[in-house]
Design a protein around this ligand. Structure first.
Ligand SMILES: NC(=O)c1ccc[n+]([C@@H]2O[C@H](COP(=O)([O-])OP(=O)(O)OC[C@H]3O[C@@H](n4cnc5c(N)ncnc54)[C@H](OP(=O)(O)O)[C@@H]3O)[C@@H](O)[C@H]2O)c1
Length: 374
């Protein structure tokens, strides 16, 4: 019986993790749940799972539980938690990941922003505390599943990308896309922020940076290919040219379960079994980098290193929130990111304080650019 703490239990990944755990009650028990502000959903989950700790990150939302941003670290470092599922969206998840790794936990990481902002610090925290990161993102889970149990090193990774809802739209139409159009993802059902990131392709830039840190590969060895069916999740090329891929119908249940059981596996009757005929033709095409500029901007930030990826992430978070608030059009998201990155001189990301300061700076600059769009 391994204890599982779920940070962000009311979100898309958090709720799917609980669906997975409901079928694995002989192997795991839920010891902590946290949410941002959704008190009612959290109360229903707490009544079902009766964990030892329940917390709301939004200060002052009294549900009879501890509140405030510290609840994440508290849940992530509990002695009865062996695995911490970090399903928080955005930069808010960073400190809890670091604290869990320092405390020797396995972190089942959906919160990719953690690695984008502070990949080197995350690695140091894992070394210092004996913790480990196991990715939840389907592409990175696919890579891990392809390499686990194999001795030879990877030469190249190709991460697949659905292309989002605007994959085939004319460039001028993409610039004017509405919130409703951006939230209509063709293959995945996810939270709002990552759904917009998938429409701009910023999500794939975040994932390349995540892959760079997780698998210790240079950016020249990381590629993206558009695969509208979302059946192949990643390709791994080995030194002799052999390529191994991981496939499955699009669902986060398998990557979440694998992050709990890696390097082993558990049977799961709830996962839709693969059927190549039902999957239909599988197609691949290059990304339209001229239209979806956030992809190139994020990769450039990753290559620049230091504080640049944290700045990319923060500018993107502010711009996406402004788009969802209908304060800027879809086409301005990339402009805000470009403007903030252009004004930033990257510094080595030597401490959490340096990363947080870069994050704060980028948010202020991004908000100025958003205001100037009104
Ligand atoms: N959804 C997917 O299929 C998917 C796939 C791969 C990776 N991911 C990654 O997984 C993470 C979560 O994505 P999601 O789609 O599940 O997002 P989501 O549906 O928006 O859920 C986010 C969760 O985080 C909580 N939260 C929000 N702001 C918070 C804060 N400041 N402090 C503490 N908790 C906060 C939310 O609480 P309330 O709802 O109570 O406010 C909710 O429980 C993201 O990093 C995303 O990129 C998601």
């Amino acid at each position: 019986m391994r204890g599982v703490a779920i940070l962000g239990s009311t979100g898309s990944i958090g709720r799917t993790a609980l669906d997975v755990l409901r079928r694995q009650r002989d192997h795991f028990r839920v010891v902590a749940l946290t949410a941002g502000r959704n008190r009612d959903a959290l109360a229903a989950q707490a009544a079902e799972w009766r964990p030892g700790f329940v917390g709301l990150a939004q200060p002052g939302l009294n549900g009879g539980w501890p509140t405030g941003p510290d609840v994440l670290v508290e849940a992530a470092t509990r002695p009865d938690a062996d695995i911490v599922v970090n399903a928080v969206v955005g930069a808010a998840g960073l400190e809890a990941t670091l604290a869990a790794l320092h405390a020797g936990k396995r972190v089942a990481l959906a919160n990719k922003e953690t690695l984008v902002m502070a990949g080197d610090l995350v690695r140091q925290a894992a070394c210092a505390g004996g913790g480990e990161i196991v990715p939840v993102d389907s592409e990175h889970s696919a890579v891990l599943q392809c390499v686990t149990g194999r001795d030879s090193g990877m030469d190249r990774l190709i991460l697949t990308c659905s292309g989002g809802p605007f994959r085939e739209w004319p460039a001028a139409r993409v610039l004017q896309a509405t919130v409703e159009e951006a939230l209509r993802h063709p293959t995945w059902s996810m939270g709002q922020k990552i759904t917009v990131d998938s429409a701009t392709l910023a999500n794939k830039a975040l994932e390349l940076i995540e892959a760079h840190h997780l698998f210790r590969l240079p950016y020249d060895a990381l590629e993206v290919v558009i695969h509208p069916q979302s059946i192949v999740h990643a390709f791994v090329e080995f030194c002799d040219g052999s390529v191994i891929a991981q496939l499955g119908f699009p669902s986060m249940e398998l990557p979440i379960l694998y992050a709990l059981t890696h390097p082993g596996r558990l049977p799961d009757a709830g996962v839709r079994r693969f059927d190549p005929v039902a999957a239909g033709p599988l197609t691949f095409e290059p990304p339209r980098s001229d239209v979806f500029r956030a992809l190139g901007a994020g990769i450039a930030a990753g290559r620049a290193g230091g504080t640049a990826p944290a700045v990319f992430n923060a500018a993107n978070e502010v711009a996406v929130a402004a788009f969802l608030d209908r304060a800027i059009p879809f086409g301005r998201i990339s402009d805000v990111i470009d403007a903030v990155l252009a004004a930033h001189a990257p510094a080595p990301a030597t401490s959490l304080e340096v990363v947080q300061e870069a994050d704060r700076w980028a948010r202020v600059r991004a908000r100025e650019h958003v205001r100037s769009s009104w």
